[in-house]
Design a binder for this molecule. Structure first.
Ligand code: AVJ
Length: 332
């Protein structure tokens, strides 16, 4: 990884890293706001360092974690329809991670259209981007890839929009935003779209509470490791000394707000030093640090959100149980 310059090349893939310069001031601001508050929190985007991204990939193949499998099955069936009239354009994926969902689209395009397509993954995790891109190039030689290391919620303007685009926002990552941010984010994306573009958004739908809670409390404890990893990120980035064993993973469905909440709950009184914030944090037994919200949606909720954002639903793809939805949006 280069430490200066924004553009770099790894083999045939071009990367633009716009995150580096801003990362430090962002994490300082976010963590100090979150941990100085009376109800402590850390933004969920800090889960995804190299280890966190790997743990998330592990979560995706857990038997309890239904969203990935379900969304994949929907993508597989809908990809031929989505790709039907799409050629010579860019496939943008916001928060692409490493799980290669985009393969379904590339497979549906077929080898003859591949060289006219460009894949633009945008992710905060450089390691996830590099790995995913290398993997894709092996499978689809000739595919052009422009990887953008960025927090897509802040730096949408770095994504090219000079060609026809399919923009993917999968995995129900939209569920990590609160209501206000969801609407704002959709509006931001809409503002970068042309009439010919489509925006494909994955929504995890409401379903029995036990099913949802199991997905965030897996038997093997991978989600627990993933949750605690955020403390290791803070330790490394801000010279802190959180002891992960002093915290327990807690995840439950908040029925009033239709969301899974993840917290880290102190299992004893503990003192944490965060050197770079010059902060000595006293955390009492049973106090929690809120690390993630993952909202679950109703069909009505999705429709309302889309309407408010100035877009319309062109297609709605779902699995037979209605557990997950992939909506294809366009400008209204
Ligand atoms: C990819 C962010 C949507 O909320 O389900 C998985 C992250 N957190 N297990 C989700 C996650 C705990 C995931 N998102």
């Amino acid at each position: 990884m280069p430490d200066s310059g924004l553009l770099f090349k790894e083999g045939p893939v071009i990367f633009a890293d716009i995150r580096m310069a801003l990362f430090r001031s962002e994490i300082i601001k976010d963590v100090s706001t979150g941990l100085n508050a009376s109800r402590k929190s850390i933004p969920s985007k800090y889960f995804y360092d190299e280890r966190g991204s790997q743990l998330f990939e592990e979560i995706c193949s857990l038997p309890e974690y239904y969203p990935t499998r379900t969304e994949m099955s929907i993508l597989k069936l809908s990809a031929p329809i989505i790709m039907k009239s799409f050629d010579r354009g860019d496939i943008v994926e916001l928060g692409s991670g490493a799980n290669g969902k985009i393969r379904m689209l590339l497979d549906a395009a077929g080898p003859s259209r591949l060289s006219d397509l460009r894949y633009i993954p945008v992710d905060v995790s450089e390691s996830a981007l590099t790995e995913a891109s290398e993997e894709l190039l092996k499978l689809y030689p000739g595919l052009q890839i422009l990887g953008i290391v960025a927090d897509f919620s802040m730096h949408l303007e770095t994504v090219p929009c000079d060609r026809k685009r399919l923009i993917f926002f999968l995995g129900s990552t939209i569920g990590n935003f609160d209501e206000k941010m969801r609407e704002e984010f959709l509006k931001l994306v809409a503002a970068t779209m042309n009439d010919r573009d489509s925006f494909l958004v994955g929504f995890d739908m409401l379903k029995p509470k036990a099913t949802i809670e199991a997905a965030y409390n897996d038997a093997r404890g991978v989600t627990s490791k993933f949750n605690k990893n955020i403390l290791r990120v803070i330790n490394r980035e801000l010279n802190a000394d959180f002891q992960t064993s002093h915290f327990d993973h807690v995840a439950f469905f908040n029925k009033d707000r239709d969301r899974i909440e993840m917290h880290l709950r102190a299992n004893r009184n503990t003192v944490v030093n965060i050197e770079d914030l010059e902060l000595e944090l006293k955390i009492e037994k049973d106090e929690t640090i809120h690390t993630e919200n993952s909202c679950k949606f109703s069909r009505e909720g999705v429709k309302e959100l889309v309407k408010k954002s100035g877009m319309e639903i062109k297609n709605w793809y779902s699995d037979e149980k209605g557990w997950f939805s992939l909506t294809e949006l366009s400008l209204a």
